[in-house]
Ligand binder design. Structure first.
Ligand code: SF4
Ligand code: ZN
Length: 318
């Protein structure tokens, strides 16, 4: 049994291979909370007084983020309504119902307001229905369709509660995968969007990712140590994507060379920052001609997807 390398008092519960530290429970959870606060200040994520909507799905990352932000807000005497959980109900029977209950109970326990919005109400179609309706000739993967809807739904939910900022629980592993996916797809411009310093543009919601400098497996361990309840059930529509391969690749590399994710992340952020600096036009200066929201083309991806799905709505057994 090792003693904690930081406090030299309590027995360690965690070995941080990349730093060689043995940490007790108290020092481990504090390291996660301090790192989150440092990341937020390093990238100027929040200004005092901004109201934050946290995208909470019921998974370990998002519930942990809500917990950590609540703690930071309490320490800074922030108002009760400055932090709100927004949850999106995709309409996936058997899967989403359980997590909605977990989120509701956890918000109550923390004393945080919660808001739930559904795909069905917002876009007229649930994920269960979308899976039946998606045109077979166009390859629409469940997760890309769902991701398109989710980003918009979170924006709409955040706007409806008067938030200035949307916080999501993307971690370092997510960022590494996204970087590689864009690189492998030749989508260089998108790499500039990964850099964690939020861009503020007229009419847009500021997006922040306070967990970007944390390893995914440390967030899982944090949730366990803090006894944060989370859904472990997997979505029935999850598709095996290149993201899964990249996750396995980086985890294997980290296992053999502790700290390699940190190094890769630091290099990727340098590249991303350089690309960000080369942006001349703010994103979203075009508007979708159907819904009027920010869009990169004439019609936004949400409108394209709903049109293509609901064009076939007669197939739904109502
Ligand atoms: Fe949506 Fe894919 Fe997540 Fe399921 S796994 S909730 S389909 S993004
Ligand atoms: Zn649109």
């Amino acid at each position: 049994m090792h003693t904690c390398t930081k406090c030299h008092k309590d027995p360690s519960v965690y070995f941080r291979a990349y730093s060689g530290e043995y940490l007790c429970k108290k020092c481990f959870v504090r390291s996660i909370e301090d790192k989150t606060a440092r990341t937020m200040s390093k990238y100027s994520m929040l200004k005092y007084g901004e109201r934050v909507a946290v995208g909470v799905s019921g998974g370990k990352d998002s519930l942990s983020l809500l917990y950590v932000l609540k703690k930071i807000f309490d320490e800074h005497d922030r108002g009760k309504d400055d932090l709100i959980a927004v949850t999106i109900d995709e309409g996936i029977k058997g899967y989403r119902d359980e997590s909605l209950e977990i989120v509701k109970d956890f918000c109550l326990q923390l004393g945080v307001q919660g808001k739930i919005m559904s795909y069905k109400d917002l876009f007229g179609v649930s994920m269960d229905e979308a899976m039946v309706l998606r045109p077979s000739e166009k390859k629409m993967s469940s997760c890309s369709m769902c991701g398109t809807f989710r980003r918009r739904a979170i924006d709409l939910a955040a706007e409806s509660v008067g938030a200035d900022v949307v916080a999501t629980a993307h971690n370092m592993d997510d960022q590494l995968q996204t970087f590689m996916i864009n690189l492998l797809a030749g989508d260089v411009e998108r790499i500039g969007w990964i850099y964690p310093e939020p861009i503020e543009y007229a009419g847009g919601m500021k997006k922040i990712k306070p967990f970007v400098e944390l390893y995914e497996h440390e967030i899982v361990f944090y949730a366990l140590q803090r006894e944060i309840p989370f859904q472990s059930e997997e979505c029935p529509y999850m598709n095996e994507s290149i993201r899964t391969d990249l996750r396995e690749f980086f985890n294997k590399m980290e296992g053999e060379h502790p700290g390699i994710k940190n190094n890769a992340y630091a290099s990727m952020m340098k590249v991303s920052e350089k690309l960000r600096a080369s942006f001349t036009e703010p994103r979203g200066d075009k508007k979708c001609r159907l819904c009027g929201r920010d869009s990169t083309g004439d019609v936004c991806s949400v409108c394209k997807t709903t049109k293509s799905l609901l064009g076939q709505a007669s197939q739904i057994d109502r």
